[in-house]
Design a protein around this ligand. Structure first.
Ligand code: ADP
Ligand code: MG
Length: 601
């Protein structure tokens, strides 16, 4: 069993309380630095490590807040330092500005695929750095000196233990809040951003909004760090906030452990301490001064990354057998939680899906020509055909990934051409993927729970403050119920990546069921499965049909389909060549020709 981390909180807090009482003033200020770096690095870990978005702009956000604070309180500028509540005003202004700029930068770059975000943050870092250096009233390159110390709660926070407690209190609080967030419904969506965006969108996650939330949280952490910085250093200059510094934050996150929150603390400590020591030792060792520490520093980073690709924290956590993401919340059993509300059920034999004369062209190639099909409630319908027949194209037109050139797709009587996968998910159309799209490091339970995304409602603040208990309990209970329904009830806590392929496909079905669908769309569910696994899958689909689920599956494997489905539509060259009950279709000469004379494997 993995040891829970919560038992380490008490000793950790005691340690932090004692440290400033026993170490020298010099090391208190080093530790304060580490703490401020750690806060901003936490943002990088969240943004880059967990959500997969690379930003070089973290230092610029720290700088924006630090400069805002300085501009408000320095004697040479607005000189509000002595005013009542000035620190709170500075904090509010610093956070507001960082969030505003993050919002604008996010609106410009987060919708775009590719390298826009990293490039945008580099440009942003350079622009802000030049700006700080140019504004005369902010001291240009020599900066703003003589900032007053922080006075809040009737206390003065100099550079001693009090500042230490404040900074590290912020670090611990941020870790707790982010950890809570990551374990929530929104957190699962955030963790799906790295490598699972298409999947998340088809489960109803608003990918752009989720990215924006992460980007804003990262900026807010930088803003808090910048405010603390201005009051701790009591001097700001452009130097620590350029693109170079932005790269340093990435280094810290990478070195500490890009995917784990504690990695931010460890990475910051490693970088700050290494710098400190190298600056002392290298000149002594080499007998003359010079900027050698950057070289040695670079080499050390390469070495550490080579030894522990997941960062120092992962190396340590593995050794201590700590769980990477802290505690996993497990669903309560039985009647303790009220089940999630379900959408109105379709009437028996209700027409669920109606595809009418749909045509899709790719240049000169007609991938679907006047295709029609319908699926009623409580039916399993299969579209089969040799490779290249146009099955996936049809699947994409139905699932909202692609739009037909001609014809209509109706879902429960409403035209859905051009609707996004997210809108379709909300209406009760749920799918699996030809190439399994699971989040391999997340548990089976969490993967399934992503399917219930639209059935929960709690947002950032409720999640971070753990006020989402009931919502979350209901979502997890639903995930568990669906996993039990498909026969994966014994594997809730395993990582999805550790399941066999057959089980992974079944997990995808459970995830789709968590959305309370009226129609399940399965894209080649039997592909790559062994005989036993195919049998298990067929048995599951029969069971779901008997429970009233409508299923449309697109399949290459004729044998898998034959004993299972109610109706088969056979495609070749983008057209329907036969339709009927499996045993009829099987004898159809056109079908035999397509399969035997065709391109089947
Ligand atoms: P199936 O899933 O039955 O194997 P597809 O729907 O993937 O068939 O493909 C049908 C035809 O359309 C193929 O000739 C394929 O090359 C072509 N096709 C599919 N998607 C695209 C696309 N995005 N651009 C161009 N051609 C495509
Ligand atoms: Mg295909």
């Amino acid at each position: 069993m993995a040891r829970s981390f919560s038992r380490m909180w008490l000793p950790l807090i005691l340690l932090l309380l004692v440290i400033p009482l026993v170490v020298s003033t010099f090391y208190i200020s080093v530790l304060n630095n580490i703490g401020m770096f750690a806060l901003a690095t936490l943002g990088v870990v969240l943004l880059t490590g967990i959500a997969g978005m690379t930003s070089f702009g973290q230092a610029a956000f720290v700088g924006l807040s630090a400069y805002t604070t300085a501009a408000l309180i320095a004697p040479s500028t607005l000189n509000l330092g002595a005013m009542m509540g000035a620190p709170w005003l500075a904090l509010a202004a610093g956070l507001a500005l960082t969030l505003l700029f993050a919002l604008v930068l996010g609106l410009l770059t987060l919708r775009l695929q590719g390298h826009y975000l990293p490039l945008g943050t580099i440009a942003w870092g350079m622009a802000l750095y030049s700006l700080f250096g140019t504004i005369e009233s902010l001291g240009g390159h020599s900066g703003v000196p003589d900032l007053p110390p922080l006075r809040i709660f009737g206390l003065t926070f100099g550079d001693g233990p009090r500042m230490f407690y404040l900074i590290w209190g912020c670090v611990l609080l941020a870790i707790v809040l982010i950890r809570n967030l990551l374990e929530s419904r929104l957190g699962r969506a955030i963790r799906a951003l790295r490598g699972g965006q298409e999947m998340a969108a088809s489960m109803g996650v608003d990918v752009f909004r989720t990215k924006m939330i992460v980007f804003l949280i990262a900026a807010a952490l930088a803003g808090l760090s910048g405010w603390l910085y201005a009051y701790t250093q009591r001097f700001v200059s452009p130097g620590p906030f350029g693109v170079q510094a932005g790269i340093d934050y990435l280094f810290m996150a990478l070195l500490g452990g890009i995917g784990s929150l504690w990695g931010a603390v460890i990475g910051s400590a490693a970088v700050v301490l290494m710098r400190e020591w190298l600056q002392d030792w290298l000149p002594a060792l080499l007998g003359h001064g010079g900027n050698y520490e950057s070289i040695v520093f670079g080499l050390l980073i390469v070495l550490v990354m080579h030894r522990w690709p997941g960062g120092i924290w992962q190396g340590v956590a593995r050794r201590l057998k700590l769980r990477q993401h802290g505690h996993m919340r497990l669903p309560q059993t039985g009647a303790a939680v009220e089940p999630l509300p379900r959408r109105p059920r379709p009437k028996p034999r209700e027409r669920i899906l109606d595809v009418r004369d749909v045509t899709r062209r790719f240049g000169g190639l007609v991938a679907n020509r006047q295709m029609s099909l319908r699926v009623d409630a409580g039916e399993i319908v299969a579209v089969i055909g040799p490779n290249g027949a146009g099955k996936s194209t049809l699947f994409n037109l139905v699932s909202g990934v692609d739009v037909p050139d001609e014809g209509d797709v109706l879902f429960r009587g409403h035209r859905i051409n051009g609707r996004t996968p997210r809108e379709l998910a909300a209406r009760g159309l749920s799918r699996t993927f030809q190439h399994v799209k699971l989040l391999p490091e997340m548990t089976v339970l969490e993967n399934a729970a992503i399917g219930a995304h639209l059935r929960g409602h709690k947002g950032v603040f409720a999640s971070a403050l753990h006020l989402d208990g009931e919502d979350e309990a209901r979502l997890l209970a639903e995930a568990r119920r669906q996993l039990e329904r498909v026969g994966l009830g014994e594997h809730l806590e395993r990582t999805a990546g550790s399941l066999a392929l057959g089980q992974q496909r079944i997990l995808e079905i459970a995830r789709a069921l968590c959305a309370d669908p009226c129609l399940l769309l399965l894209d080649e569910p039997a592909a790559g499965l062994r005989h036993k696994e195919k049998q298990a899958l067929a048995e599951l689909l029969r069971k779901l049909r008997s429970e009233g689920v409508a299923v449309l599956l697109v399949e290459h494997d004729m044998d898998f389909v034959m004993g299972l489905v109610d109706r088969v539509i056979v495609m070749e060259f983008g057209q329907r060549i036969a339709e009927g009950r499996p045993e009829e279709v099987q004898r159809d000469p056109a079908v035999l020709k397509a399969y035997l004379g065709g391109v089947e494997e």
